[in-house]
Write a protein that binds this ligand. Structure first.
Ligand code: IDP
Ligand code: MG
Length: 159
């Protein structure tokens, strides 16, 4: 008997509800949108980012004028860090969040619906598979990322 097994690659990405989202009571709203989309939650924690980790996380922007303000903001209060899983998770999470500047972000996206200012854009999503694996390792120990079966998977992903 020939068994054709389709390889569904389960990509992982890091998502953050930044301190503005936590303060504004939007943790549940952000999680709901990602959950409703069909992404699978693999890890989550409420945490306060220290200076060094924040600088590492945003290392690509170190020369930009907004860098000091960005590090101050991201360390200013608790944030929610999450790992979400799907085939194409990086792109799906970025699309769900919208453009970096809420002003240019379409309605229906998290930033387009809930924000007005680029420096308070509520959420972070990794921008590539490479960034995702680097960022996930910054926020989570391997044992904190869970592998489990979701009973409704066949209604979300064609087997
Ligand atoms: P992204 O979050 O959509 O990936 P990046 O260009 O990687 O956007 O910038 C990282 C974060 O830095 C943004 O989410 C935003 O919070 C902040 N940022 C980017 N550009 C500006 C700016 O021009 N002024 C203030 N903050 C900015
Ligand atoms: Mg980015």
């Amino acid at each position: 008997m020939l068994i054709i097994q389709r390889k569904v690659s389960m990509e992982r990405t890091l998502a953050l509800v930044k301190p503005d989202g936590v303060q504004r009571g939007l943790i549940g709203e952000v999680i709901s949108r990602l959950e409703h989309r069909g992404l699978k939650l693999a890890a989550m924690k409420l945490m306060r980012l220290d200076q060094a980790t924040a600088q590492q996380h945003y290392g690509e922007h170190v020369e930009r004028p907004f860098f000091p303000g960005l590090v101050e903001f991201i360390t200013s209060g608790p944030l929610v860090a999450m790992v979400w899983e799907a085939d194409g998770a990086v792109e799906i999470v970025r699309n769900t969040m919208g453009a970096t500047d809420p002003k240019n972000s379409p309605m229906g996206s998290i930033r387009g619906d809930l924000g007005v200012n680029i420096g308070r854009n509520l959420v972070h999503g990794s921008d590539s598979v490479e960034s995702a694996s680097r960022e996930i390792a910054l926020f989570f120990q391997p044992g904190e990322i869970l592998d489990y079966t979701r009973s409704n998977d066949s209604w979300i992903i064609e087997p």
